[in-house]
Design a protein around this ligand. Structure first.
Ligand SMILES: Cc1cc2nc3c(=O)[nH]c(=O)nc-3n(C[C@H](O)[C@H](O)[C@H](O)COP(=O)(O)O)c2cc1C
Length: 188
């Protein structure tokens, strides 16, 4: 049991709910849990939705106010421009995460960094004392500086060990699609 789980377990005991416990301690507490996620191609959404179902948690999707490009290469340029500018991106909605005790924070890695929409969702939120459980998906190059940025944006939050997982990459899938389309060119 990690130090984080141990503390949550003791809190749960104090609340008198530990008797029904099975699984990690933070899963049984009576505190308010939210899942906040960003997802373009669905990898992160699968995890976020599973976490929300398992924990009966509020599910918040972070989306830009104006849709991002549908084309993958244009999307990479869009993400790079926002990352390099450091500007805050207008969002469709900005959930108040300080209203929760525990937040599963689920995000892909873009350009070795925290995507601008998630950065914009976290900027200025007071998450002092909130437990954050990060879940990162990437396409094979690892988390980059995503976790460092998350911590810098949420001073005072208590971080659990992250879950980091390699998932499919849209670029690789598009290349495979293109290769197949090439072989059936005379049929299209
Ligand atoms: C704009 C963009 C930039 C990406 N940059 C990286 C990267 O730097 N390193 C990496 O491993 N994967 C990168 N990926 C791949 C995604 O992190 C990976 O496929 C992730 O699981 C996508 O999550 P989603 O399906 O929830 O959108 C990038 C994807 C996009 C769309």
């Amino acid at each position: 049991m990690t130090e984080f789980e141990r503390r949550r377990f003791l809190q749960t005991l104090a609340a008198g709910t530990a008797a029904q416990a099975a699984g990690p301690a933070w899963a049984q507490s009576t505190t308010s849990t939210a899942v906040v996620y960003l997802s373009r191609s669905g990898n992160t959404r699968v995890f976020a939705e599973a976490l929300a179902r398992r924990h009966g948690a509020a599910l918040h999707e972070i989306r830009p106010r104006d849709p991002w490009p549908a084309d993958y290469e244009e999307m990479v340029d869009w993400a790079t421009t926002w990352r390099e500018s450091g500007d805050l991106l207008p969002l469709a909605a900005r959930p108040d995460l300080s209203a929760h005790d525990t937040v599963f924070l689920c995000t892909p890695v873009w350009g070795g960094a925290l995507p601008a929409p998630m950065r914009s969702a976290l900027e200025g939120q007071d998450l002092d004392g909130v437990s954050i459980l990060p879940l990162l998906t990437h396409g094979g190059y690892g988390p980059g500086d995503t976790l460092e940025t998350l911590r810098a944006l949420t001073p005072g939050a208590r971080f659990a060990d992250p879950f980091v997982i390699e998932c499919d990459q849209e670029r690789r899938q598009m290349r495979q699609l293109d290769a197949w389309l090439e072989t059936v060119r005379d049929r299209t």
